[in-house]
Design a protein around this ligand. Structure first.
Ligand code: NCD
Length: 307
């Protein structure tokens, strides 16, 4: 049981069978995580480095826990506090770490394509934990797992992705994944934050009216405004954004039927999502985080060559 790729660089490179295999394997690991002893020996002789060149809370902890639950040896590298500040290149850093007999690299980097670059130059298996504004494949996989768990299938699921589509690697990975697995995708948000011609490029819908998008969907995946990635003014103020596109109880009540609300975190409360929704029965947010560990266990296991 193996994947059709040696690395996980993006959802773009996966076949639908790969996604199916990862989600089914994650289901088995989720069962392991409910047991009193939440650990299996599967990766006992594997060493994994978590290489984080960009801030992260959930993704870093989730990968580390997944590795520990699989009994792998793990080391954590964060760019701040390392020799990166002394001018060491990415490739030199990684080659030095790999010379200590490390098998797999989980990496997050602010540069789009950094994991692809490494995968062509080093012998280790590379798992992309987010590269710039490109992809965040394990986030999309855990989102898909969570939707499948709630709706029973991805086929025909109506998924609205709402917010800063332009700067979001979560959005791109989700679009690839949902379309590959037969879900319908609608993008909603300010016109300045949705790339032009994206409908034709990805076979998705675009709806600038948030209330219409909510009325259409089964699941609303709400994204953060990636202010740190915007170097020009793409909308007026956060207050105005929240009024036009923020998801709140009043908007959901208007829909008149239950919608599942997801968010990859970190939430900017009161901007893209109000607390009366984030902390309500509509919210799948903490379930997504829980599922992330099982999904990352599945990815690491299937790529390790031990399956
Ligand atoms: C996201 C990221 O870093 O891409 N967070 C995450 O990994 N769960 C989304 C974000 O930063 O808004």
């Amino acid at each position: 049981m193996q994947l059709s790729t040696r690395h996980l660089l993006g959802i773009r490179d996966l076949e639908p069978q790969d996604v199916q295999k990862i989600l089914d394997t994650a289901q088995q690991f989720k069962e392991v995580l409910q047991r009193p002893i939440k650990k299996v020996p599967s990766l006992r002789d594997i060493t994994i480095v978590n290489l984080f060149y960009e801030n992260s809370t959930r993704t870093r902890i989730s990968f580390e826990l997944a590795e520990k639950r699989l009994s792998a040896d793990t080391i954590n590298f964060t760019a701040s506090g390392s020799s990166v500040s002394k001018g060491e290149t990415l490739l030199d850093t990684v080659n030095n770490i790999l010379s200590m007999k490390v098998d797999m690299v989980v990496m997050r980097h602010s540069a789009t394509g950094a994991p692809h670059f490494l995968s062509k130059r080093v012998p280790a298996v590379i798992v992309n934990a987010g590269d710039g504004i490109n992809e965040h494949p394990t986030q999309a996989l855990l989102d898909a797992f969570t939707i499948r768990e709630k709706l029973g299938t991805l086929e025909g699921a109506r998924v609205a992705i709402i917010g800063d589509i332009m700067h979001s690697r979560v959005a791109l990975s989700n679009i690839y994944l949902m379309r590959k697995m037969g879900a319908e995708v609608m993008l909603s948000g300010p016109p300045t934050l949705i790339p032009r011609h994206i409908e034709e490029a990805f076979n998705v819908r675009v709806e600038y009216d948030i209330d219409k998008a909510l009325a259409w969907c089964d699941v609303a995946n709400v994204l953060r405004i990636q202010l740190e990635r915007q170097n020009q003014v793409l909308f007026s103020t956060l207050r105005e954004y929240s009024q036009a596109y923020g998801i709140n109880r009043r908007r959901l009540d208007k829909v008149g039927r239950p919608i599942h609300v997801m968010h990859p975190g970190p939430i900017n409360r009161g901007v893209e999502l109000d607390s009366d929704v984030a902390d309500s029965g509509h919210s799948l947010i903490l379930g997504q985080v829980e599922n992330g560990v099982a999904v990352r266990m599945a990815v690491l296991y299937l790529l390790s060559g031990k399956s």
